[in-house]
Write a protein that binds this ligand. Structure first.
Ligand code: TXA
Ligand code: MG
Length: 320
């Protein structure tokens, strides 16, 4: 079958990566579409496969501090503290790059985004390849990130080889901070590692990027990103859901309780934010594959735990 043919071992992946091929790899956040960052043709292939504009920079994944220092020019003290606290883990730093980083990876910018992922399979892969791996999320440009190997197989119709690493533990993309300033950092993308966690380590208030004022290419900040194929609407109460059902009839409902009319497709969402993040993209994919006309998702609470999830939902959804 197509799906099993697309799954490969770590050794097969090492051979493919070393010989300039692109391979999908598991991380704790989402699956990545990886290439050896020293091989320009392989890096170019990522953009072709993803149908991603070439000025949208990629994250590089390192497995050691030696690799980090080979590709990054300088690291502010606060960033070192954050690396000690959260690496390996879902925190990405934008830092000044060394000349070793090809401008293909950075979309022509003089900074590079870097993180050490907390997934044993991928750490082993990076060590065996001997170079960092450039990897955006392993989805077509603009669609939902994959959190299971089978999502990648479906997304690329079996054309991309995938290293099986199980369901991603975090389930949404890493927190990204701009750490190019020696004293202060800015959050470019929210993720599981929260503003409060960053502040607790650095003792410094973390500003969130003011999107309209920023010129650099942060693809996660485009409108309509992380989106399913079917229209996704967020509802706040039963009345809004009823309006959606009356308007679109066949609705797939993702809600905290299963107390809805019979005949609708319903998926129950977890009430704690970490478990919710872990299953969100998987459940959106299930909803997308159902025969509904639209997806209606019950708004999570607006407390601090849910900030990164609201960010993704906002980018994926239509306004009611
Ligand atoms: O969790 C993750 O971060 C996953 C896994 C695979 O590591 N990767 C991921 O990559 O989400 P991607 O390409 O889908 O998102 C990377 C984000 C984009 O918004 C990109 O614009 C931003 O990182 N980025 C990369 N390099 C940058 C740079 N030099 N300056 C500013 N933003 C940068
Ligand atoms: Mg992405």
């Amino acid at each position: 079958m197509k799906s099993s043919a697309a799954l490969i071992t770590i050794n097969e992946a090492v051979t493919l990566l070393r010989t300039g091929h692109v391979v999908a790899i598991p991380t704790e956040t989402v699956y990545g579409l990886a290439a050896d960052i020293t091989l320009d043709e392989a890096v170019k292939m990522i953009f072709t496969l993803k149908q991603r504009p070439s000025n949208h920079p990629l994250i590089i994944h390192v497995a050691s501090s030696t690799q980090l220092h080979d590709y990054v020019k300088s690291i502010p003290h606060y960033a070192e503290l954050l690396m000690q606290a959260f690496w390996p883990g879902p925190l990405t730093f934008v830092l000044p790059k060394t000349e070793r980083v090809s401008s293909l990876v950075t979309g022509g910018q003089d900074t590079v985004a870097v993180r050490m992922p907390a997934h044993p399979v991928t750490l082993e892969l990076i060590k065996a390849v001997g170079h960092p791996l450039a990897a955006p999320s392993a989805n077509k440009f603009g669609s939902i990130s994959p959190t299971r190997a089978e999502h990648v197989v479906t997304e690329f119709d079996g054309e991309v080889k995938v290293v099986e690493g199980g369901a991603c533990h975090v389930g949404i993309e890493s927190t990204i901070i701009d750490a190019t300033d020696p004293k202060h950092y800015v959050i470019l993308r929210e993720g599981q590692i929260s503003r409060a966690q960053l502040q607790a380590v650095t003792g410094q208030h973390a500003e969130l990027l003011d999107v309209p004022n920023v010129k650099r290419a942060v693809s996660g900040n485009l409108d309509k990103h992380y989106a399913p194929q079917k229209p996704l609407f967020i509802f706040n109460n039963r009345q809004e859901l009823d309006t959606l059902i009356a308007t679109y009839s066949n609705v797939c409902v993702l809600s905290f309780s299963d107390d809805i009319k019979k005949g609708e497709i319903q998926i129950t969402m977890p009430r704690d934010s970490e478990t919710y993040a872990r299953v969100l993209y998987h459940n959106l994919r299930i909803a997308d594959q159902s025969n509904c006309n639209i997806i209606a998702l019950e708004s999570p609470p607006y407390s601090a735990d849910w900030v990164a999830i609201h960010d993704r939902l906002k980018k994926a959804s239509y306004k009611i």
